[in-house]
Design a protein around this ligand. Structure first.
Ligand code: CDP
Length: 554
């Protein structure tokens, strides 16, 4: 189906039907009324929240949209559950996970406490099973729960780079289809990255196994090159932003990496569509700060109104009251401002957006602390003035809510200007990006416009259009999509947002299919030096099942 408006409207209505509409609801307004009413404390809040949602300026993440005002009443998208080394503890964690995933939440685990394969066993004479075997149990549980829930559960499996089983772990998804409900990440400290950077790869990292830095690092690089896994998490960087160090170190995140959390903490997410704030080439910063304040109130209310899947989760979450407010529609904002994704102005803008949002969020959290109470562990935190929330900002992928809002996802560049979308709701659509359509349709005669669409669909890019009357050099700079953008520019944008973001950023660093292992190695070192908390690299074509796909060249 060509034609953007009808295609997008159809996609939205299918998504609403598949996931969000409850009994008796007909449309988006009905959903906004249910959710705003459930989350608001006063009538003024109710109307304000509803207005922001109807206009798609701010949207809470899927679990809130699905569950607010229903018997589930579970709003959080992000959880971290500890996994101790013992049969009872492992199965307790699986039960908690099942209860979370039933309501649409995603779970992250640090499996480093599980003793390695072949070590003295849990029972008298059986063999210990190791983290990878334990992860398979969690994976199966997710598979079963999927049939009860409204969306497929997602897990993040994390292992410390010092664990004896690290190589089994890195290779655990080499066979496609294995651990399909998991993302994998290796947790690495600065000392490891320093040795990699200094090329001291021959040094023994793990004295028990004799594994060297070089051996482990090349396994990581190989895995990423093969199929985009594992991701990497930078332990020291994450813990530099641990606002409550007295409560312990952070060693795990939710499935997409944007929320590093303490054991049993959960976090509600919400995203502001930043492209909304551009009018006539200018950004309305006052309005952005005002919307941020309302969004913080929304997310903070959720903590008290939430129905928690387990008492430990309620206790841990209410101790720190973390929320994750982020952005979507960033690339659309750049297009409206006429800025290329890979430009220095873009980096300045990215940093300013997150700085302004974090600043306004902290201001609102202080107001809330004065009106209500500071978060209970405030005295034990690194915040000097009273705050209602220990952390406020994070950038989520916004995989589904950006479709509802009709904007580009999170801080990602547009994947392709012309694409088909498969799998999300089981159908296939041809869609043209609305800002691409608006620009080229008004500029070009119909026959040329149609030629351009065919060309971009076939090649996945307009960078190789040779006729400057069709596409000028300036247009080529502005209409660069994810695969036209160098990996360094991807990382630079993520780093610019990270600088003023309390939690983390979910982002994929795209590389072309011909990228080599040396590129991956350099990207990991560069990302660490730029201060990212973690990263995910994906080399085009290295995995069979991807949600967005371009037409194969003929
Ligand atoms: O757009 P939407 O609110 O549906 O979600 P997202 O921003 O793409 O994902 C936010 C978080 O929801 C992820 O980082 C996961 O923690 C969780 N999630 C999940 O548990 N299962 C999924 N299938 C997708 C997301």
């Amino acid at each position: 189906m060509w034609g953007t408006k009808e295609g997008l409207d159809f996609l939205v209505s299918e998504t609403l039907k598949a996931r969000y509409l409850r009994k008796g609801e007909r449309d988006w307004e009905d959903i906004c009324e249910r959710v705003a009413k459930a989350i608001a404390i006063t009538e003024e809040e109710h109307l304000g929240f509803k207005d922001l949602m109807i206009r798609k300026i701010f949207l809470p993440s899927s679990p809130t949209l699905m569950n607010a005002g229903t018997e589930f009443g579970q709003f959080a998208a992000c959880f971290v559950i500890p996994v101790e080394d013992g049969i009872e503890e492992i199965f307790d964690a699986i039960k908690t996970t099942a209860l979370i995933q039933k309501t649409g939440g995603g779970t992250g685990f640090d499996f480093s406490q599980i003793r390695p394969d072949d070590s003295p066993s849990l029972c008298a004479d059986g063999a210990a099973s190791g983290p990878v075997a334990v992860m398979k149990l969690f994976n199966e549980a997710t598979e079963i729960v999927k049939q009860f829930g409204r969306r497929r559960g997602a897990n993040m499996g994390i292992l410390n780079v010092s664990h004896n089983d690290i190589v089994y772990f890195i290779r655990a998804k080499h066979v496609e289809g294995e651990l399909s409900n998991f993302n994998l990440s290796v947790l690495v400290p600065d000392t490891f990255m320093e040795l990699v950077e200094a090329d001291r790869v021959g040094e023994v990292w793990n004295k028990q196994t004799g594994m060297t830095v070089g051996c482990i690092f090349s396994e990581i690089v190989e895995g990423i090159w093969r199929n985009g896994e594992p991701g990497i998490l930078f332990y020291d960087r994450i813990n530099r932003d641990n606002f409550t160090p007295a409560l312990g170190d952070i060693s795990a995140t939710n499935p997409c990496g944007e929320e590093p959390l303490l054991p049993f903490e959960s976090c509600n997410l919400g995203s502001i569509n930043v492209s909304f704030f551009v009018t006539d080439g200018k950004v309305n910063w006052d309005l952005l700060r005002e919307v941020t304040g309302k969004a913080v109130r929304f997310l903070d209310n959720e903590i008290d109104k939430n129905t928690y899947p387990a008492p430990e989760i309620e206790a841990a979450t209410k101790r720190t009251r973390k929320v994750g407010l982020g952005v979507m529609g960033f690339h659309d904002m750049l297009l409206k401002l006429g800025l290329p994704y890979d430009s220095s102005e873009t980096l300045k803008l990215a940093e300013k957006i997150m700085e302004q949002i974090s600043w306004a969020a902290v201001r609102e959290s202080r107001k809330l602390a004065a009106e209500k109470e500071p978060f209970p562990e405030h005295e034990n935190s690194t915040w000097e003035l009273p705050m209602r929330n220990a952390a406020l900002t994070a950038v989520a992928p916004t995989g589904t809510i950006s479709i509802l809002a009709g904007c580009s996802a999170g801080i990602e560049p547009v994947f392709s200007w012309v694409y088909r979308r498969t799998r999300t709701v089981g159908k296939e659509f041809m869609l043209v990006h609305p800002l691409f359509e608006a620009h080229f349709m008004s500029k070009l005669p119909e026959v040329d416009y149609n030629w351009l669409l065919e060309h971009v669909y076939k090649h996945g890019t307009l960078q190789n259009v040779e006729n400057p009357k069709l596409v000028s050099e300036e247009e080529k700079r502005i209409f660069r999509s994810a695969l036209d953008i160098d990996w360094k520019a991807h990382i630079n944008v993520q780093a610019a947002f990270q600088r003023h973001c309390h939690a983390g950023i979910s982002k994929t660093i795209n590389m072309p299919d011909y990228a080599g292992k040396e590129d991956i190695k350099q990207a990991l070192i560069y990302a660490w030096r730029q201060g990212l908390k973690g990263l995910t690299i994906y080399r085009t074509g290295s995995r069979q099942h991807v949600v967005l796909s371009l037409k194969k060249p003929e």
